[in-house]
Design a protein around this ligand. Structure first.
Ligand code: HEM
Length: 406
């Protein structure tokens, strides 16, 4: 017997390994056998539906990086996704005023014809080609155009904030450096993006438009306009969130449809199928696989495990959304599911702010592709993935088709 024991990678480490990015679901099934596991670095990994939802509703769980022992953070740079009540609730409510009900009902719905126009314009651009990268040529430009339009950010500036958005998303990747390093990087990028947005805000103060930044700057509600630093953090958050998530839902959606030609064929004739279809995609192939920014403010007992105060948490939403105790036959892609309370947009007080917009964009995008691409097919299956295990999506999605219908 040789006395050497190889240190085995934990299931969570295997999940973080880019080699498993194309299909992490069998690893999630293994992980769910123990709803709460402890990693060597003290992170508690939670993978079952009921336990994830319990933590997302637990006031003893914080989204604020300053709750972690040893993390010093410039509080001025924290957007509301990284804050706890009461500040989170106050800022979210202010940000919602120009975006959704009750003050601005119909804002997202009113965008639909515009979205359909941009979508058709992108698809018109495929004319004369039979092969495209559906990420670069479709899934990326559509949500970027939408969030720029909504915020009032000139689209010509896209290359500049593309870089900032990529850098922010990297800060979400639990495999790149320590938590502190990632926070520091995130703060740097937020500062740069903030300077850009500040110049824009100055122009909007002088000449307000019909965009969100103007709306936040000129709000005459009970709390008045949003303070400038909060506005810059909120603008940066929306710009990045609007950039980096919907692209993956559209790309994952097209990939899934091409793997399920029967559903694609139905969508061609029934555009309304896009509504339950997008919900099923958020369950079955979600863009956000895990939330790694939370930590505990107190000792918490969960599923028989004592999680000590100050512990970092990894909440594996994508494993919860395939939990067989919550969803019958969870590995089946079935847009006809009667009950689909997926975790694709999270849950609790931080439930996705942009959900109505993301839904609308993806419904419009996928039904237009189904209608207009003649005989579409995948060039490579699986496609190459970006390495990020938390925000997961294809780097490229090469597809071929015979023609583009008008
Ligand atoms: C398919 C696309 C999208 C997905 C899958 C997604 C997913 C999520 C998830 C899982 C959360 C919860 C984060 C947490 O609990 O820590 C979240 C929060 C958030 N999302 Fe989205 N998102 C999408 C699109 C968008 C868009 C288009 C916007 C902007 C208009 C947006 C803005 C936000 C904001 C501001 C938060 C923080 C909410 C809060 O802290 O109260 N998201 N999103």
């Amino acid at each position: 017997m040789k006395g050497i024991v190889m240190a085995q990678a934990s299931l969570y480490q295997q999940i973080l390994d880019p080699a498993n990015r194309a299909n992490p679901y069998p690893l999630y099934a293994e992980l769910r056998k123990t709803p709460v596991t402890r990693e060597a670095d003290g992170t508690y990994v939670v993978s079952t539906y009921e336990e994830i939802v319990a933590l997302l509703h637990d006031p003893r769980v914080s989204s604020d990086p300053r709750s972690r022992p040893g993390v010093a953070e410039d509080s001025l740079l924290l957007p509301f996704i990284n804050r706890d009540p009461p500040e989170h609730d106050r800022l979210r409510e202010l940000a919602m005023r120009p975006f959704g009900p009750p003050q601005s009902p119909g804002r997202v719905d009113a965008l639909r014809p515009w979205l359909a126009g941009v979508t058709d314009g992108l698809i018109d651009g495929f004319a004369g080609k039979t092969r495209i990268d559906a990420v670069a040529e479709f899934a990326y430009p559509l949500p970027v155009a939408a969030i720029c339009h909504l915020l009032g950010v000139p689209r010509e500036d896209e290359p500049r904030f593309h870089h900032w958005a990529d850098a922010t998303v990297e800060a979400f990747d639990p495999t790149t450096g320590t938590f502190e390093e990632r926070q520091r990087r995130r703060s740097e990028v937020t500062r740069e993006l903030g300077e850009y947005l500040n110049t824009l805000a100055e122009a909007r103060v002088r000449q307000p438009g019909d965009d969100l930044i103007s709306g936040l700057l000129t709000d005459t509600g009970p709390h008045g306009p949003m303070a400038r630093t909060d506005l810059l953090n909120t603008g940066a958050l929306l710009l990045v969130a609007g950039h980096e998530t919907t692209v993956n839902l559209i790309a994952n959606g097209l990939l899934t449809l091409l793997r399920h030609p029967d559903v694609l064929e139905r969508l061609r004739h029934e555009p309304d199928l896009s509504i339950p279809l997008v919900e099923e995609l958020l369950r079955y192939e979600p863009p956000v696989h895990m939330l790694t920014g939370r930590s505990t403010l107190a000792d918490i007992d969960l599923a028989g495990t004592a999680i000590p105060r100050g512990s970092p948490l990894a909440l594996v939403l994508a494993a919860g959304s395939r939990d067989p105790h919550r969803f019958p036959d969870p590995d089946r892609f079935d847009p006809g599911r009667a009950d689909n309370a997926h975790l694709g947009f999270g849950n609790g007080i931080h439930y996705c702010f942009g959900a109505p917009l993301a839904r609308s964009e993806t419904q419009v995008a996928l039904s237009a592709l189904a209608r207009r691409l003649v005989n579409p097919r995948l060039v490579a299956d699986p496609p190459p993935y970006r390495p990020n295990p938390a925000l997961r999506g294809p780097r490229r999605l090469m597809i071929e088709f015979d023609a583009v219908a008008p």
